[in-house]
Design a protein around this ligand. Structure first.
Ligand SMILES: [Zn+2]
Length: 259
């Protein structure tokens, strides 16, 4: 029975990942999400349903459009696979519960937002605001965390980031954070509640600092380039969601050893 559910979660996760690819491609261009059907961005020929099966079609086609043979970006299978892994991890952690449904929506939103942010430095309101709505709905309907913790998490995390943004503007005369980053942080706080939301923000800052330093050292980015903070916030949120318990223990023993 359990295996059957996992297979079902995998199939749905792949299908949802395929839809996320549509969102990632069309939302930043302001195109309709539903129509027309999928087309090859190079030759414009509609993609047959048999060539539109998540992951499988990409492998069968060797990563190329059947008609014009132009390469299909690796993003397509990566997004489908990542989304599926997150859905299966949510099922293994939460079982078939309201928290499972809450967190697969949360994770999928983060996948779409981080890929859009990575490509366009953009966190579209058309995705973040509905995300906040879903977060509020689950918070009040199912109370995965106390309502005060959810609202408090959103206010605290967004407020903290806003403070950092003001500070960096004042110190470096430069815009550190965009409004999109702050709205996304509020969304993360709504879903995770205050201790986990704060942990997510902390991890995002650490990962962002380390990750960006490595890219600068490798010469892939320059110091002062814009940082797609949404990617790091998503990574921090996933770590906090799936490994938060262990991380809290680790942080506690670290603090105790320092005191
Ligand atoms: Zn083509």
């Amino acid at each position: 029975m359990n295996t059957l559910i996992i297979i079902f979660v995998i199939l749905l996760g792949l299908a949802a990942g395929s839809f996320l690819n549509v969102l990632i491609h069309r939302l930043p261009r302001g195109e309709s999400i539903l129509r027309p059907g999928s087309r090859c961005p190079r030759c414009g020929v509609p993609i047959r349903w048999a060539d539109n099966i998540p992951l499988i079609s990409y492998l069968l086609l060797g990563g190329k459009c059947r008609v014009c043979r132009s390469p299909i970006p690796a993003r397509y299978p990566v997004v489908e696979l990542l989304n599926t892994i997150l859905w299966v991890a949510s099922y293994l952690k939460f079982g078939l519960s309201s928290v499972f449904f809450q967190m697969i929506i949360f994770s999928s939103l983060l996948v779409a937002l981080s890929f859009i942010d990575g490509q366009y430095f953009l966190l579209p309101d058309r995705l973040v605001f509905p995300g906040m709505g879903v977060g509020l709905f689950f918070l009040f309907a199912f109370r995965p965390v106390p309502v005060l913790s959810g609202i408090g998490g959103a206010v605290l995390c967004a407020g903290l980031l806003l403070g950092i943004a003001w500070l960096s503007q004042w110190l470096f005369r430069k815009k550190g954070m965009g409004g999109g980053d702050i709205k996304l942080t509020a969304m993360v706080g709504l879903f995770l509640g205050w201790p986990r939301g704060l942990l997510a923000l902390f991890l995002a800052a650490v990962l962002g600092l380390v990750g960006w330093s490595v890219l600068v050292l490798l010469g892939r980015r320059r110091f002062g380039d814009r940082i797609p903070f949404g990617i790091f916030l998503a990574l921090g949120a996933w770590l906090s969601l799936f490994c938060g318990d262990y991380l809290f223990l680790g942080v506690r023993s670290l603090v105790q050893s320092l005191l």
